[in-house]
Design a protein around this ligand. Structure first.
Ligand code: SF4
Length: 74
Protein backbone atom coordinates (compact mmCIF):
# COMPACT_ATOMS: atom_id res chain seq x y z
CA UNK A 1 0.00 0.00 0.00
CA UNK A 2 1.18 3.51 -0.73
CA UNK A 3 0.81 5.93 2.17
CA UNK A 4 1.33 8.98 0.01
CA UNK A 5 5.03 9.15 0.87
CA UNK A 6 6.42 7.90 -2.43
CA UNK A 7 9.85 9.31 -1.74
CA UNK A 8 10.03 7.62 1.66
CA UNK A 9 12.17 4.53 2.19
CA UNK A 10 9.50 3.22 4.54
CA UNK A 11 7.17 2.56 1.60
CA UNK A 12 9.36 -0.31 0.40
CA UNK A 13 10.83 -1.39 3.74
CA UNK A 14 10.18 -4.80 5.25
CA UNK A 15 9.83 -3.16 8.68
CA UNK A 16 6.81 -1.03 7.84
CA UNK A 17 3.34 -1.88 9.07
CA UNK A 18 0.18 -0.08 8.06
CA UNK A 19 -1.98 1.08 10.94
CA UNK A 20 -5.50 2.38 10.27
CA UNK A 21 -7.22 4.40 12.97
CA UNK A 22 -10.90 4.20 13.82
CA UNK A 23 -11.47 7.33 11.73
CA UNK A 24 -9.78 5.81 8.68
CA UNK A 25 -6.50 7.70 8.96
CA UNK A 26 -3.48 5.64 7.87
CA UNK A 27 -0.17 5.61 9.68
CA UNK A 28 3.09 3.88 8.99
CA UNK A 29 4.48 2.03 11.99
CA UNK A 30 8.15 1.03 12.05
CA UNK A 31 8.37 -2.49 13.50
CA UNK A 32 12.11 -2.02 14.07
CA UNK A 33 11.11 0.33 16.91
CA UNK A 34 9.87 -2.69 18.87
CA UNK A 35 13.39 -4.01 19.37
CA UNK A 36 15.57 -0.94 18.85
CA UNK A 37 14.81 2.37 20.60
CA UNK A 38 16.73 4.39 18.01
CA UNK A 39 13.79 3.96 15.63
CA UNK A 40 10.61 5.96 16.06
CA UNK A 41 7.38 4.01 16.32
CA UNK A 42 5.83 6.41 13.82
CA UNK A 43 8.76 7.97 11.92
CA UNK A 44 8.37 11.45 10.46
CA UNK A 45 7.78 11.16 6.74
CA UNK A 46 9.37 11.07 4.30
CA UNK A 47 12.33 9.02 5.53
CA UNK A 48 15.14 9.52 2.99
CA UNK A 49 17.97 7.75 4.81
CA UNK A 50 17.75 4.90 7.30
CA UNK A 51 20.32 2.32 8.33
CA UNK A 52 17.52 -0.08 9.28
CA UNK A 53 16.05 -0.13 5.79
CA UNK A 54 15.46 -3.61 4.41
CA UNK A 55 13.88 -4.11 1.00
CA UNK A 56 10.52 -5.85 1.29
CA UNK A 57 11.02 -9.53 0.60
CA UNK A 58 14.57 -9.51 1.93
CA UNK A 59 15.63 -10.96 5.26
CA UNK A 60 15.09 -8.59 8.18
CA UNK A 61 18.10 -10.06 9.93
CA UNK A 62 20.78 -8.57 7.73
CA UNK A 63 21.69 -5.84 5.35
CA UNK A 64 20.72 -5.90 1.72
CA UNK A 65 23.97 -6.78 0.01
CA UNK A 66 24.73 -6.20 -3.68
CA UNK A 67 25.53 -9.88 -4.11
CA UNK A 68 22.01 -10.78 -2.93
CA UNK A 69 20.55 -8.98 -5.93
CA UNK A 70 23.12 -10.45 -8.26
CA UNK A 71 22.17 -13.95 -7.15
CA UNK A 72 18.64 -13.32 -8.40
CA UNK A 73 19.76 -11.82 -11.69
CA UNK A 74 19.16 -8.16 -10.81
S1 SF4 B 1 13.50 0.69 9.40
FE1 SF4 B 1 13.69 2.80 8.61
S2 SF4 B 1 12.95 2.68 6.49
FE2 SF4 B 1 12.23 0.84 7.58
S3 SF4 B 1 10.17 1.35 8.31
FE3 SF4 B 1 11.62 1.81 9.97
S4 SF4 B 1 12.13 3.99 9.69
FE4 SF4 B 1 11.19 3.27 7.78
Amino acid sequence: MNFGFRSSLCESCAHKQEVVSGTGSRFLLCQASRTDPKYSRYPHQPVVQCEGYVVEGESKSGECRPEDGAARGR
